[in-house]
Design a protein around this ligand. Structure first.
Ligand SMILES: [Fe+2]
Length: 185
């Protein structure tokens, strides 16, 4: 993950467009909530599914860094990341359950994440805290930008989903500040 701008902004290379959750063969549409049309529910769940891929990817990446970071400040970074993993995991659960509530199937399988994401895999293994946190700063920037864009799109489609992402954004921005502060930025 390197630069920013939509998920592709998070990491360097853009992949080919992929199918949405609704095109998966075993996906059956369910009924949605009152006063939201099926069309708008579909648009909202497509946006939420993209956020689900991003949050699932983020929680795995945070654990990967937790395991691979090295250096004199290892323990502080190692221990800082686990609460973030738990929080992001809860975010992904809430987004997935909102997708289900709106009548679509949330897709959280490893294959779906890889197919649905538009950014390359995190590419640092065992490395210094500075190297990992600089990368993670870029990752958070991408996730935050995409969350903001998504909640703006959801404003007209589904204020409940917009509110959900708004609450998550506060925590994501807080975690990003932790990372920047650790870097002295
Ligand atoms: Fe651990």
């Amino acid at each position: 993950m390197a630069t920013s701008k939509s998920p592709s902004k998070r990491r360097s290379t853009k992949k080919a467009p992929s199918r949405t959750s609704r095109s998966r063969s075993s996906s059956k549409a369910g009924s949605t909530v009152p006063r939201i049309t099926g069309a708008n529910a579909g648009k909202a769940t497509d946006i939420l599914q993209a956020r689900l891929y991003s949050l699932l990817d983020l929680q795995l990446t945070l654990k990967h860094i937790h395991w691979n970071v090295t250096g004199p400040t290892f323990i502080s970074v190692h221990e800082m990341l686990d609460p973030q993993v738990l929080s992001v995991r809860e975010m992904s659960d809430a987004v997935a359950e909102r997708i289900a509530t709106l009548g679509s199937a949330p897709w959280g399988t490893p294959g779906a994440i890889v197919e649905g994401r538009s950014w390359d895999d995190y590419d640092l293994g065992r490395d210094s805290t500075e190297a990992h946190l600089n990368k993670l700063d870029a990752v958070y920037r991408g996730v935050i930008e995409d969350h903001r864009e998504a909640l703006e799109q959801l404003e007209e489609l589904d204020p409940v989903s917009e509110d959900l992402l708004t609450g998550q954004l506060a925590d994501l921005e807080l975690f990003a500040w932790f990372i920047r502060s650790h870097l002295g930025n």
